[in-house]
Design a protein around this ligand. Sequence first.
Ligand SMILES: [Zn+2]
Length: 413
Amino acid sequence: MKVTILKGSHEIGGNCIQLSSGKTTLLLDAGLPLSADSQPVDLSHLIVDALLVSHPHQDHFGLMASLPPGTPVYIGRLARSLIDATQVFLGKDRYALDFHDFKAWQTFTIGDFTITPYLVDHSATDAYAFLIEAEGKRLFYSGDLRSHGRKGVLFENLVKRPIRDIDVLFLEGTMLHRTNDQFPDETAVENTIFQTIRQQKNISFLLSSSQNIDRIVSAYRACKRADKLLVIDIYTAWVLEQLRQITQNTPAMDWPEVRIFARHSQDEILKAKPDYFGDFRKRLYLNRVRREELHATPESFLYFAKMSSFRFIDEFKNAAAPVNVIYSQWLGYIDRKHAGQFGSDEISAYRGDPAVNFVCAHTSGHAPVGDLQRLAAALNPRMLVPIHTEHGEDFSHIFANVVRLNDGETWSL
Ligand SMILES: [Zn+2]
């Protein structure tokens, strides 16, 4: 088996690994780099038998459209629906690729490769690690994973009943030099949301990703405990609708504690694609909350918002009863060195605004070092290769059998 990290050996994001065996070539993720300083790999001339996508985060799938047309793409079904939803709500064309679904823990083959997807806990839903076998060699790719989300049992299962005889482990190292001590798990996040909203005199806004399902669940649970209503937009309602494919246990738009705030621009998207959305628009309006209602009793609501919601947040600013802005995603987005997202300057400025009570409540989508060590020790690979990290140089102090590969180096297994 020949292995080449095209991208991702020295940075967080942009994962792209090429594997070849016999007549078959696979691509493992086609990620867009997160850092503006990093150039994306040119995949437009890369002929592969298939792309395997670990999860629906841009830094793992964002380059797939640049592959030659007709390239087969293997991805979880829900992950594919969520990527599709984003394209539709951004008004972009849906990806015209040759999509194939796989199911968790069900082995399938692509040419000379045998692949087993392992469902993992991550801030993206429908996220997988992969066991990939060819020529008697076994490679395990962690994708992005953690143990402290709401599906942490999946990580513990990998530790308790490890896969044996791993020749190479590609292990993500996002959390090297970072900690999640302040919010060790999703329950800690939920508790901070609950404490913030329980006696609020004004509305609260929670800023996070609509595809971070654990976070929506935390917001919902905090609302239920505090006797508040969770307000979501049309896009978030559609994301929750997609989750119906796999579970009835996550909040949905017709649950009694959930309301929809219908923005005109999102409603126009529903109207433009009636075949795609079916009766969703009709059902949506049964649980609608209007702007006047939010202003009449703002203390009744927690609004699941985005960075771009600052103008709406401003409507509720009040020095006598500060509006709660619960920042619930990576702080890097509002730190100056990573600014540039729409709304990041405005949201950042709330930190010094007397009309705003700015609260942080976030836990990472990635395993801290201690958990990575437990996983690496359990899998006990013959070689451990750093990926998705800015600190690959430190791996050898933390893990056994570390071999570093640079972007573009080809290596025979
Ligand atoms: Zn990710």
